[in-house]
Ligand binder design. Structure first.
Ligand code: HEM
Length: 307
């Protein structure tokens, strides 16, 4: 079964550039067709296209975020296919974002009044522009001519931080749709939870790797009970936070942005005070505790009177 799937997933038509064109061309056709159903001469029509195009982009960035974790947690033909094609899936994200960029350009050029009255907010502008700067740099350095101007360390730093930023932006948008604004749409739930799961998988994969690393150092290792229990409790707390934003968002934001310096930061610093990410922060901290192993070597060291 796995062998059959591996064979299918190795077919040229669904790998590398062919996969890219297979997705990018129909997606662009859909984008053009959709423009006929809106009125681009008025600002709400352009706004609708901005939202429409970015909804095509989001699944790709979430998939890229989850890819390496899927390979660690559930190795198999499908995660291997994703990993092989990660760059091309990332480029499909870039194509959809280029469409969004085009509609943003139309908005800011031809509907300037609407743009500055209804949309412009310094903090959103900084977040969005940073996102596009990361995107452009990542696209250019995905090709040999751009890649060679960076050392492998710089390339990794750029692509990891860009990936996190470009995941964080839509994830936080949908978090606010669910837990701040009224009337979330069903698609907001789908995107919020997909973004959450994509990142949670990364945390789980990181935990698994920590355990493997500990196993390499010593055949016998254990996690002290106190770490396991407190780590699990912190993970459960993080999971609760992830689903209950409506219950705590208002109070928590008021509290955290109470001091003047913090309120000031929230005017311009992207994502500050990071409410959408608190749940994942706790899940990460809990995972760190649950996978904190005291290796046999350490235990011997603790028991030995000579040390
Ligand atoms: C300066 C750059 C940007 C500007 C001016 C901008 C502007 C907008 C506007 C006007 C909307 C529609 C809001 C509405 O429906 O009322 C929107 C939605 C959205 N944008 Fe951006 N954006 C920018 C960059 C980005 C970036 C880099 C991302 C990252 C992926 C992003 C992700 C989103 C998402 C997820 C939505 C919500 C779509 C939905 O309704 O489902 N934007 N943006």
């Amino acid at each position: 079964m796995d062998a059959d799937l591996t064979m299918v997933l190795q077919h040229k038509a669904i790998n590398r550039w062919r996969l890219f064109w297979l997705i990018a061309i129909p997606m662009s056709i859909v984008m053009v067709v959709e423009t006929f159903s809106v009125d681009l001469t008025v600002a709400p029509g352009v706004t609708a296209m901005i939202a429409f195009s970015v909804r095509w982009a989001v699944p790709f960035i979430f998939l890229v975020v989850a890819t390496s974790a899927l390979q660690v947690l559930f190795p198999g033909p499908f995660p291997a296919w994703l990993l092989r094609n990660r760059k091309y899936i990332g480029l499909c994200f870039a194509v959809a974002m280029a469409w969004q960029g085009l509609f943003i350009f139309l908005m800011s050029n031809f509907h300037r009044e609407f743009y500055f009255d209804e949309i412009y907010l310094l903090r959103d502008e900084l977040e969005g522009s940073t996102g596009y700067i990361f995107l452009a740099a990542m696209v250019v350095t995905s090709f040999q001519f751009g890649r060679k101007s960076l050392s492998p360390k710089q390339w990794k730093l750029l692509h990891t931080s860009g990936l996190y930023f470009l995941w964080a932006y839509p994830f936080s948008v949908y978090w606010f749709d669910l837990f701040y604004y009224d009337n979330p749409q069903p698609i907001d739930y789908v995107f919020y939870w997909s973004g959450f799961i994509a990142f949670a998988l990364r945390i789980a994969a990181w935990g698994k790797k920590r355990q493997h690393a500990a196993k390499k150092i010593a055949l016998e290792y254990n996690t002290p009970l106190v770490f396991r229990v407190s780590g699990a409790a912190i993970i459960v707390f993080g999971l609760l936070l992830s689903a209950t934003g409506l219950q705590w968002q208002d109070l928590a934001t008021q509290f955290v942005t109470g001091p003047a310096w913090s309120a000031n930061l929230s005017l311009w610093l992207p994502f500050w005070p990071f409410e959408p990410f608190w749940s994942l922060f706790f899940i990460g901290a809990g995972t760190m505790l649950v996978t904190k192993t005291r290796t046999q070597v350490e235990q011997e060291g603790l028991r030995s009177p000579a040390t």
